[in-house]
Design a protein around this ligand. Sequence first.
Ligand code: HEC
Length: 132
Amino acid sequence: MKKITVLLSALAVAGSLFAGEHPVKAQIAKYEAEAGEPLDAARGKELWEKKIPGEKFDKSCTNCHNADVTQPGKNKAKKDKKIKPMALSANPNAYKRPLKVEHNFNKYCEKVYGQKCTAREKGDMLLYLSQQ
Ligand code: HEC
């Protein structure tokens, strides 16, 4: 009986290792290591919703992504194109490809803030989005 219990608990541990954590966890850890300080989801939310005054309209991540991250977003230019929700709970397939995540951060941080985001900024936002 004892052997079976030991075997079962060993299997449970192996299972949790191999069941595969969502890749976003490793990416958040990587940004945190690069940032060299603890990440902060509240700071990420603030940055995500921040509006940068523009000539024609204010710029923000929420121009395309929904401010309520559990809801789909919309591209203003292509109105028919829906963007999947950014909250991990609403879209478990989000953030599965680290290169895509990095690419989009680079692209849209430049568009919205006029410069690339730092590791801390990316990590803060990704932490926030992954916890929703
Ligand atoms: C002009 C519209 C637009 C703006 C503004 C925008 N995004 Fe996006 N974003 C998109 C689209 C479209 C996608 C691709 C969605 C998909 O793959 O389904 C995307 C995807 C992403 C992804 C990748 C998601 C994944 O599952 O890998 C991240 C991260 C992201 N955006 C972050 C941001 C951040 C941070 C901002 C603000 C600095 C921002 N976006 C502003 C349109 C936008």
